[in-house]
Design a protein around this ligand. Structure first.
Ligand code: HGY
Ligand code: MN
Ligand code: MN
Length: 410
């Protein structure tokens, strides 16, 4: 009943709305391509006869009214923003797949009792402000309007300025959802890891989402002439930053936990001239684990290393915590529903942990939530050759449709 050809066509159309050349996709919050993609998506929702609205931070909601719209709706969805030079399936499969699930249920004559609402969450990726899950964080009340309004991008533009520039009006204070706004939330997403493909399985039922933390480290040394400043006289912020990046890896490995991961994904040095000793450096460190305790242990190791490195090199350091979130546990009943729906269709399925974070991480704080994973080639993601087959996507949408129909039936 799922029209996969239409869905693949739409995924390709959306992928073309990008500031990068195909097959790469770049679509950063409130960029010109983000605004175009949002307008394109709203049109798809309206064509499907859904009630569409947006909130002050840019979350978009598309509701299929149930026969009893007074009951808490069943929600689904994901994101369409993309980090620089990403792929075309991360997030989009969960938004357009949800639209396809709703369209195919309607075409099959299903009339849900509860409304089914598709959410396109604003800025799941941290690219613009360094903070991931901006939209779902605010919906869950995990980020206040005041904190959000003050977020600034690398160019110094605030969320407040940027959202007004794209007619995203209304009060940020109105974004948080009311308690029991939804009966359930289910997100379809590519696995972004190799396990399902390696085991020849079709569906992952996510039980837990790892706990993400992010830090911004500013290092200030002394810039100077690359020829005239002798080595013993240097306070090279670039070399201090290089040592800190290696210390991140050391501190993560020192936990001895395979689930602890650390990445120095942003590494900027100034002034960036070949013949000038770097006087300043900025690092952004991504630290995750399924258990907060071992993540915290790695953080302590990193902080201690920064103290030692900066003292030895005569460099100053400031460490800002961008976020330090708890892990999320998915609702066991919805996990069972996902496994049962997969089994009923003869799809191979297993329980899983998500090492990537998703908007479900925050939706799980306000309603019983779960995630459906589908395999992607070699587990590759956040790169232009990210790929999920039409068959895999179709199976994921069928299971999503079955679970949504079940959850909205009474
Ligand atoms: O970084 C993440 O885990 C997600 O893909 N934004
Ligand atoms: Mn992503
Ligand atoms: Mn994603």
């Amino acid at each position: 009943m799922v029209n996969v050809n239409r869905l693949i066509r739409e995924l390709d159309e959306l992928a073309a709305i990008s500031s990068a050349d195909s097959p790469a996709v770049t679509r950063v919050l409130f960029s010109e391509e983000d605004v175009r993609a949002r307008a394109w998506l709203r049109q798809r929702f309206e064509e499907a006869g859904l009630e569409v609205r947006g909130d002050a931070v840019g979350n978009v909601f598309a509701r299929w009214l149930g026969t009893d719209p007074t009951r808490p709706a069943v929600a689904t969805g994901s994101h369409i923003d993309a980090i620089p030079n990403a792929g075309r399936y991360d997030g989009t499969v969960g938004v357009l797949g949800a639209l396809e699930a709703v369209r195919s249920l309607g075409a099959a004559g299903v009339r849900p009792v509860r409304s089914i609402e598709i959410i396109m969450f604003t800025a799941e990726e941290p690219t613009r402000f360094g903070l991931g899950c901006l939209g779902s964080r605010m919906l869950s009340g995990s980020l206040s309007a005041g904190m959000a309004a003050d977020l600034r991008d690398v160019g110094g533009d605030s969320l407040e300025t940027l959202r007004q520039s794209v007619d995203c009006t209304g009060s940020l204070g109105d974004v948080p959802l009311a308690a029991n706004a939804y009966r359930a939330f289910v997100e379809l997403h590519i696995e972004q890891g190799p396990l399902l493909e390696r085991q020849g399985l079709d569906i992952g039922a996510v039980e837990k989402i790892a706990a993400p933390a992010a830090f911004r480290v500013h290092l200030t040394g002394e810039s100077g002439h690359a020829g005239a400043v002798l080595m013993p006289d240097r306070h090279d912020a670039g070399l201090a930053a290089a040592e800190v990046a290696l210390a991140v890896e050391r501190a993560v490995l020192a936990t001895g936990c395979p689930d602890t991961v650390g990445t120095t994904g942003v590494f900027r040095i100034e002034s960036g001239a070949i013949n000038s000793v770097p006087g300043r450096a900025t690092l952004e460190i991504d630290l995750r684990d399924t258990a907060v305790e071992s993540r915290d242990q790695a953080e302590v190791g990193i902080r201690n290393a920064i103290t030692e490195i900066t003292r030895r090199r005569g460099v100053e350091a400031t460490i800002d915590v961008i976020n330090a979130d708890p892990p999320a546990t998915c609702d066991p009943m919805w996990v069972e529903k996902i496994l049962a729906a997969a089994s009923a269709r003869g799809f191979g399925a297993q329980r899983m942990i998500s090492r990537a974070y998703h908007d479900t991480l925050f939706m799980a704080q306000i309603c019983p939530s779960a995630m459906i994973f589908i395999p992607c080639r070699n587990g590759w993601s956040h790169r232009p050759d990210e790929f999920a087959s039409a068959e895999a996507i179709g199976r994921g949408v069928e299971v999503l449709a079955d679970v949504l129909a079940d959850l909205a039936a009474d």
